[in-house]
Design a protein around this ligand. Sequence first.
Ligand SMILES: Cc1ncc(COP(=O)(O)O)c(C=O)c1O
Length: 343
Amino acid sequence: MFDLNKLVRDNVKALKPYSCARDEYHGGDGIFLDANENPYGALNRYPDPYQKELKASVSMIKGVPEDMIFLGNGSDEIIDLCFRIFCKPGADKALTFTPSYGMYEVSASANDVNIIKIPLDKNFQVNFDDVIPWLSDVTLKLILICSPNNPTGNCIDRHVLEQIIVNFDGIVLVDEAYIDFADKPSLLDRITSFRNLIVMQTFSKAFGLASVRVGMAFTSPDIIHYFNKMKPPYNISTINQKAVLQKLGKINEYKIQVRKIKEERERLTAALYKLPFTKQVFPSDANFLLVKVKDAGFIYNTLVDRGIIVRNRSSVIDNCLRITVGTKTEDNELIKALKTIEI
Ligand SMILES: Cc1ncc(COP(=O)(O)O)c(C=O)c1O
């Protein structure tokens, strides 16, 4: 049975979090002489440590109560916090699937946590039977699943995701960085049913704020409590909180951009299929395409010579390029350059 209290590391449970000036006094008005700030300037005050205004806005847009939202300095901070809260260095394990987002493994290594990597099947899906033997391992504390998956672009079958969540007593982190581009539903509607589920999303992709570094975790208030305990007090700057708030005020712009990127994804897929060296364009629920070609290294280098940078993923999937969907003009340039390549 899932028991959060047993799962959280003892040092995290015992930890007394840093109490900052803004934790002790919550009012908005007054003469603030409590945080050793410089009294002059426009950016002289520390940010709201719990990003209340921003969370209220995220709550409205996502339909999730504020006490079930954590905001991190990018999703990468949330991934790292999961390791630090739930996995004992040198003793516990995490599990993920390959190929997938590289930060899971990097974060595991940084935290000295052994990570089990299960290969996805030929359709880039998770085979539940491969996971079953690990579910009873008491040292396995965290399963990380990327859906839609980077770099393959597909959503993982929802039924399999739920099978894993239901049959595992540890934490399941479902990384939905690209979910806005998918026609399949998010798992957000399941966070109240599954107490071991953390759904992670980001402002870096569909919201076009990669430089701002704000990631979102949606989960039970009990897990949010530990995220808040472990995070640095001011993990999101005032400027960055405002940038996201501004963007959320223009939700139509976001919707138009997502629609355009999805349309462009289809156009680019068709254009890539017309090239003689394209073997397969994998179906994508994300804002990128994984493309199997005749000689990925040669195509990659030729494109770089012409000032067009894609990602060569051949080290993880044979002869595959990962191409981000750009603007119509950018994609036209890409197609024009590709048409001149002879292999
Ligand atoms: C699957 C996945 N998750 C998370 C991230 C990083 O998100 P953030 O910018 O919020 O740290 C990326 C970035 O490429 C990604 O591909």
